[in-house]
Design a protein around this ligand. Structure first.
Ligand SMILES: [Ca+2]
Ligand SMILES: [Ca+2]
Ligand SMILES: [Ca+2]
Length: 310
């Protein structure tokens, strides 16, 4: 056992000496720059050189490992940076998508609002059209009302003038007032009634006056649904066939321009029927006829207007 222990000790010692000698040799070479040329020394020195290769390889491996490790760290760092940037980009894209969606919703809402506004605008336009029509109708009504007011004012003016010019129930035409009675008398009594009212039996001086009286007689007969005849102030009592008005003027009553006698196939006025017709009346149709002066008939009085403006 002692021998085996010695051998182990010697082996370890030998290895220690090799390592020691190798290191010492390398150190010696580095410090002195000298190298032994002894052939006896080549063999142990070569043996020491092979032992130095191991740390160099380890160092190379370590350097390579460190380089790779740094590269990996750099790659990982770059990857992390890129991942972070990508995440930021994704967040931005997400935000942009959210904003895009909000914008789309706003656009949709604006579209709905635009549709609502267009409907409102259409309704407003329709109401405006109706209001324009109503305004036109109102303007027409106002215009008509103004015309009626003007006409009423004119009528009131005429009524005022007539009330100033003619007594109540007397009709005005040009410069005369006329009264159609509602009762009947003989021609002479009628003449006296007119005189009591400061008037005379009517004297027809013109076609216009004749037409005015015809219109009044026709209107009154239509209203009463009768055919009433009215004495006028014309007679041939003094001389048969010489027609004279109550104001003393003679009537050229054979001249159709001045007379309005009734004529048909059977009757031709004045006919002095039974030699006893000397007073003249206006028939219901406005035409003249001679009649017996004692007949009771309605009559027409005439007098000049009073207090009328010139
Ligand atoms: Ca007259
Ligand atoms: Ca006669
Ligand atoms: Ca007659």
């Amino acid at each position: 056992m002692a021998m085996e222990g010695d051998m182990t000790y010697q082996g370890l010692q030998f290895a220690s000496e090799d390592t020691y000698c190798g290191i010492n040799q390398e150190s010696a070479e580095k410090t002195t720059g000298e190298k032994s040329q002894s052939p006896e020394e080549d063999s142990p020195e070569a043996k020491g050189s092979s032992n130095i290769q191991m740390p160099r390889r380890v160092t190379g491996f370590i350097i390579i490992f460190i380089i790779q490790l740094v590269t990996i760290i750099a790659v990982v760092f770059l990857f992390l940076q890129l991942s972070r940037q990508l995440e930021l980009n994704n967040n931005e894209v997400l935000l942009l998508n959210i904003k895009l969606k909000e914008s789309e919703e706003k656009i949709t809402a604006m579209g709905r609002n635009q549709t609502s506004l267009q409907m409102l605008l259409k309704q407003v336009e329709e109401k405006l059209t109706v209001m324009t029509k109503n305004q036109s109708t109102l303007q027409t009504n106002v215009s008509q009302a103004e015309q009626k007011i003007t006409a009423l004012e004119g009528n009131r003016g005429q009524t005022d003038i007539q009330s100033k010019c003619c007594p109540p129930q007397w009709q005005k035409f040009e410069h005369s007032c006329y009264f159609l009675t509602t009762f009947s008398e003989s021609w002479q009594n009628a003449k006296m009634h007119c005189q009591r009212q400061s008037s005379t039996l009517v004297v027809i001086n013109s076609a216009g006056e004749q037409d005015f009286l015809r219109q009044n007689v026709e209107d009154l007969n239509r209203k009463l649904n009768q055919q009433l005849w009215y004495w006028i102030g014309l007679t041939d009592t003094e001389v048969e066939g010489r027609w004279k008005w109550v104001d003393g003027t003679l009537c050229d009553c054979r001249n159709n321009a001045n007379s309005y006698w009734y004529v048909d196939s059977n009757v031709r006025e004045p006919d002095d029927w039974d030699n006893n017709e000397d007073c003249v009346l206006m028939r219901g149709d406005g035409r003249w006829g001679d009649k017996n002066c004692d007949d009771n008939r309605r009559w027409i009085c005439e007098k000049q207007t009073e207090r009328c403006p010139p």
